[in-house]
Design a protein around this ligand. Structure first.
Ligand code: ZN
Length: 160
């Protein structure tokens, strides 16, 4: 069976950036299961996997625009520390949900000074070129429930 719209695929993958730095890998965790066409994985990787079947190896080099988007410097801003009133110890790397005009955005704390906290609303992988090394393990039909939920259940997918 070939990977196509609304098929379930199980893939082993290694993800590196252009410096060869490992970002993520399925090693140890077992294959990732995703529903093709449901936006479970980045657009560029879906495109690279169309038509592949179990046993195929795929190398995909994906531009930020087909992954997590470009970085927007204006999504980085300084906010007064008192806005974090409820948080005991703010640390670099912490993530918060921030309410904006365009809905909730996940922001990451980049720097902290005496009175201000610099937060960045960019996805941590925004602007990063993604290099995937993938082996397709299995391709199957989804269950009705998986189609309804828009994601895969069980091993490598959602556990609920
Ligand atoms: Zn579900």
């Amino acid at each position: 069976m070939k990977i196509a719209e609304n098929k379930v695929a199980l893939i082993d993958y290694t993800l590196t950036d252009n410096e060869g730095e490992m970002i993520d890998s399925s090693e140890g965790a077992g294959p990732l299961a995703y529903l093709h066409g449901a936006g479970n994985i980045v657009e560029g990787l879906e495109e690279a996997l169309i038509g592949k079947e179990a046993g195929d190896k795929v190398k995909a080099s994906i531009e930020p625009e087909k992954a997590y988007g470009e970085r927007h410097e204006d999504m980085k801003q300084d906010v007064p520390k008192e806005l974090f009133g409820g948080v005991e110890n703010i640390e670099v790397g912490m993530q918060f949900q921030s309410e904006t005009d365009e809905g909730p955005v996940l922001v990451t704390v980049m720097a902290i000074s005496e009175e201000m906290v610099t937060v960045d609303g960019n996805h941590p992988l925004a602007g990063v070129h993604l290099n995937f090394d993938v082996t397709v393990r299995e391709v199957r039909e989804p269950t009705e429930e998986e189609l309804e939920h828009g994601h895969v259940h069980g091993e490598g997918g959602h556990q609920h």
